[in-house]
Design a protein. Structure first.
Length: 208
């Protein structure tokens, strides 16, 4: 049992690493397809424009809270460009006008001089969520792996871990099977010995 437990514990790091790789691939694949990837309730985006520098740097990965109910002036939001919803922008709200109960938002990039036409007076329908944090480190990994044509190598690494993990699982299953067979054989041997002991005693009783 101790050997089996050691094998189970030894596979945990591989599984955690494999899960991390799969999550990164899932997020990166969604980003490349233009979809909105999410991880633990946060939308994730790769920043390509310097319009929010020095707050957000081009090349950063940003995390956006999609469960926000209210936005205020000064909030940094991620939204779909009203004139082309395939384009996603992250800018700061500089003005909110409420007309007949409907909020109209105007944004501006921290590094821009003026708001562009499409970011003036758009509704909440285009807003994806509120910026919460960023990671330049994850951004650099994404850029290095997926922008420099290394995706095949990256996927190859994942496949290696899948194979290693599969082999470890197979070994654990095989070990458990052998342990079970050993227990069954021991039980059979015990029953045989008990029967032999009964027969021996019966013979002794007859002699007496």
């Amino acid at each position: 049992m101790k050997k089996t437990l050691k094998k189970v514990l030894s596979i945990i790091p591989y599984l955690l690493l494999l899960i991390s790789f799969i999550l990164i691939i899932q997020v990166a694949t969604s980003m490349r397809k233009g979809e909105t990837p999410t991880l633990f309730g946060k939308a994730i985006f790769f920043v390509v424009s310097p319009s929010m520098e020095d707050t957000i740097i081009a090349g950063d990965i940003i995390f956006v809270n999609t469960n926000v109910d209210k936005y205020n002036v000064g909030d940094i939001i991620t939204f779909r460009q009203p004139t082309d919803t395939n384009i996603i922008i992250t800018h700061r709200i500089i003005e909110i006008d409420i007309i007949y109960g409907v909020s109209y938002y105007t944004t501006l990039g921290d590094n821009n001089y003026e708001s562009l036409d499409w970011e003036i007076d758009f509704t909440e329908d285009y807003i994806i969520g509120k910026y919460s944090s960023k990671s330049g480190f994850i951004g650099s990994i994404y850029q290095s792996v997926f922008s420099n044509g290394l995706n095949v190598i990256f996927i190859g690494i994942v496949l290696v871990f899948i194979v290693i993990g599969g082999m470890e699982v197979f070994n654990i299953i095989n070990t458990l099977k052998q342990a079970k067979e050993k227990i069954v054989l021991e039980e059979k041997e015990k029953l045989i010995q008990e029967e032999l002991e009964k027969l021996r005693k019966q013979k002794e009783n007859r002699k007496e």
